[in-house]
Design a protein around this ligand. Sequence first.
Ligand SMILES: N[C@@H](CCC(=O)N[C@@H](CS)C(=O)NCC(=O)O)C(=O)O
Length: 218
Amino acid sequence: MAEEVKLLKTWSSPFGLRIVWALKLKGIEYESIDEDLSNKSALLLHSNPVHKKIPVLIHNGKPISESLLILEYIDQTWTQNPILPQHPLEKARQRFWAKFNDDKLIPSIWSVFGNGGKEREEALLENLELVERELKVKGKRFFGGDEIGLADLAFGWLANLIGVFEAVTGLKLIDGRFPLLSAWIQEFSDIPVIKDSWPSHDELVVKYQALYDKFHAK
Ligand SMILES: N[C@@H](CCC(=O)N[C@@H](CS)C(=O)NCC(=O)O)C(=O)O
């Protein structure tokens, strides 16, 4: 039976994008279905009844939710071009940083974007410093070593959204402060599979500007 792979996502979601990257890195053919989150489809509600969020991967009719779990599923199902290393310690480390990204870094940037203020900015910069330090300890091009791995895919949103956030908020977050992170952003963005799937910077600025204006409306 031919494999059937569908991906429910939106054009701008960083969580959806990491799945697109993983599927492309592994050369998996899939059908992309863009959701309107203000009017969620029956397919999305049926496939992810708990969280009702994208991304959802549907493999031969079976849905998998939560992007980090989808990445693990993809890696175990299609083993070419692995995104997780074999070694248990290295594997745990990749998972640690991917989880740090989702649990700490993303909420801290949202809190700056939504509320602003010096304390929140400092908390975000501290988190970015921790990421910078991990790159230093690792001493490689990527969080995954010589090739991109789970943590790179999780941090991937930084490579285009940080510029969008900077454009919208007027804050300078990365430049000059985090040389290793800046180098990683460049290396990561230069990978053809990554570069070819970026949403347009200008369209993202329009989207996030509207969101920012809404958050900050008096
Ligand atoms: N932890 C989830 C987060 C996914 C998520 O936040 N998706 C957003 C879009 S970026 C969503 O579907 N939001 C719809 C909603 O909250 O109703 C994951 O990693 O998949």
